[in-house]
Design a protein around this ligand. Sequence first.
Ligand code: F6P
Length: 320
Amino acid sequence: MKRIGILTSGGDAPGMNAAIRAVTRKAIYNGMEVYGINYGFAGLVAGDVRRLEIADVGDTIQRGGTFLYSARYPEFATEEGQLKGIEQLNKFGIEGLVVIGGDGSYHGALALTRHGYPAVGIPGTIDNDIPNTDFTIGFDTATNTVLDSLDRIRDTATSHVRTFIIEVMGRDAGDLALWTGVAGGADEIIIPEHDFDMKNVAKRIQDGRDRGKKHCLIVLAEGVMGGSEFAEQLKEYGDFHTRVSILGHVARGGSPSVRDRVLASKFGGYAVELLQESKGGLCVGMVDNKLVAADIVDILENGKHHPDLTLYDLNHELSF
Ligand code: F6P
């Protein structure tokens, strides 16, 4: 394969630029040409394509977001959209495509695979909800960003003896809430992958108060319910001087951490190696600190991401 393309799609994640840089530099180093596609699959269908040279990815490794821009583009789920995309790839002579993104982006790569076009997926999302990898690009940075906010909120919670419900992103996955909750010493972590009983939550808050505890932090994954709804339900069991803080998109921004930059560089380099060998229909990942590649059809049809629920149990024992 001599000419490859690259795009980022879905929600941006810190470290995506580092992955684009790695793909571009590794490919050029090995005698290939690289074409960047702006705005994900939407840009692909529109033919928004440009050649990337070594200098185009300079000064990008430390930047959050994606300099190729991103978009959510449900139209790529249609046969018509997919064929238009492949037509553009053929027009530019692009023989293989690297797709960086989350679940929706992987489905785009899967569609290309089903049409016989070689695509390789790189997991990039703050949600950490992709099968075949322990960590996705952006998750580490997002956890650190959320943690910084939790530490700040703890200051004000203590000062006013308040209970804070901090709603964090993650779509249907609880990883972001789980990891930041443990790291931030949260009193409760509420995630979609584990049941909770509001009465018990209220009891634990009250027990803490009775022991003289000043602050109470509840980290709530958005996939369970909104922060305000949670506060309403909690109110039925007592008045805990509750405030709601929705961190939202703040978790998506910022300069990527060391771990995300290194992970992105490894994934990018590996994706190029696979395409060099004309291997497509794959998604890369890091399992037990080893780079792996798996069949994207199999991963999307049968794979499931599982959060580390031992963290949940541990937190229950540490924060009472
Ligand atoms: O998938 C990343 C993510 O940030 C989710 O955590 C969140 O639910 C969603 O994207 C928000 O999407 P948008 O930026 O399109 O509102």
